[in-house]
Design a protein around this ligand. Structure first.
Ligand code: NAD
Length: 365
């Protein structure tokens, strides 16, 4: 069974779907690994390390002509063309079914495993790339905020005077938000946090941050651990109730997302106008429209004296570890997909396991 790892070609992408450590484990299971020359270089993994781990270096066409293709970013039509009919695609699709790429893959007879459809169960946790990448994203985004803020995060007492700790507000206390809270706390900031799901209150407290309590008159807890969209009345109540806390913040890190819906607006222009000049907003929801309407995706802008960071790919700024976590997630997934047969590893029935069955894309209708 051949596994292919191509170079990621989306602009700004530095990650790679597998690392030399993981390749060694795959080869140890009797799998043949073909990697496009240079695929790991931007993540700090040279070709020579993959070769030492037992992979074969190949060109682009060779990496695609495989039974199981491992990708990080969403495929484009050239990728689909290069894939072997009947093979398996494993990667993120970054869509909610509104594009032509998945139908083209299905028409070609590919089996498509969408990593964003990973069930949120204990068994699936070690295979969940959304979690591992959000975790890194929350960490890296907090460092982005700290370096762009013109003051200290911690309280500083020096012979030249003292500085108060930064007041940081984290909106959305999911995987990225909790890591942002933890990182800002480690840097010594005074951290406040809010999430629409009530169960996050305990988690916020356990990280040493102060929960912001709002009474919206309805719960934002949705299915499968995700949030659901609030009614228009509750959205308006939420914005108004948050505005006092947000206007006092020196740094706001926003991570609030609802799957396949526009990100909720939590930081209004009026709040930005009231923030102290030199404050920073890091909007991790920029790719879904932003939690602040002034955010510009993939740009850093200044509005009303406030720096608003709209970067959309924080894991790519920590590519060695992001790739290592991603690769281990995929290894854990591959391990439940194969069995050792008489003539080497054999693919199990993907419909028979609840995890792979949930991830398999099916034709619409
Ligand atoms: P996400 O990226 O979809 O959303 C980020 C956060 O934004 C969520 O906590 C959500 O509640 C919050 N949010 C949405 N709308 C909001 C609003 N209007 N105001 C404030 N906050 C809002 O979520 P995520 O980080 O991927 O995960 C959410 C939960 O799922 C977490 O509790 C996480 O622990 C859990 N999870 C479990 C597993 C597993 O068990 N395998 C895997 C991943 C995540």
């Amino acid at each position: 069974m051949k596994i292919g790892i191509p170079l990621e070609t989306r602009p700004g992408e530095t990650r790679v779907a597998s690392t030399p450590d993981v390749v060694k484990k795959l080869v140890g299971k009797g799998l043949e690994v073909l990697i496009e020359s240079g695929a790991g270089v931007r993540a700090g993994y040279p070709d020579s390390e993959y070769e030492q781990s037992g992979a074969q270096l190949t060109d682009r066409a060779g990496a695609y002509d495989v039974d199981l293709l491992l990708k990080v970013r969403r495929p484009d039509s050239a990728d689909v063309e290069a894939m072997r009919a009947g093979g398996i695609y494993m990667g993120l699709l970054e869509s909610c079914g509104e594009d032509d790429v998945v139908p083209a893959m299905l028409t070609k007879g590919l089996r498509v495993l969408a990593l964003e459809r990973m069930p949120r169960t204990s068994r699936a946790q070690s295979m969940d790339v959304l979690s591992s990448q959000s975790n890194l994203g929350g960490y890296r985004a907090t460092l982005e905020a700290a370096t762009r803020y013109g003051r200290f995060f911690p309280m500083m007492m020096t012979s030249a005077g003292s500085a108060k700790p930064a007041r940081v507000v984290v909106l959305g206390a999911g995987v990225a938000g909790l890591q942002a809270i933890a990182t800002a706390r480690r840097l010594g900031a005074d951290v406040y946090a809010y999430d629409v799901r009530p169960e996050t209150r305990e988690q916020i407290l356990s990280l040493g941050a102060k929960p912001i309590d709002l009474d919206l008159g309805e719960s934002g807890a949705g299915e499968g651990g995700y949030a659901k969209e609030l009614s228009d009345e509750a959205k308006a109540r939420q914005q108004a109730a948050l505005s006092e806390e947000l206007a006092k913040a020196h740094v706001i890190i926003t991570t609030a997302l609802i799957p396949c819906r526009p990100a909720p607006v939590l930081v209004t222009e009026e709040v930005v106008q009231r923030m102290r000049p030199g404050s920073v907003i890091v909007d991790l929801a920029a790719i879904s429209g932003g939690n602040c309407p002034l955010t510009v995706a993939d740009e850093v802008v200044e509005r009303h004296g406030v720096t608003i960071v709209g970067l959309t790919n924080y894991p790519a700024l920590v590519p060695a570890d992001a790739s290592a976590f991603y690769a281990r997630n995929l290894l854990n997934l591959i391990e439940i997909m194969i069995a050792s047969g008489d003539s080497g590893p054999e693919l199990k029935d993907l419909e028979a396991d609840e995890i792979t069955a949930a991830m398999l894309m099916r034709p619409a209708g």
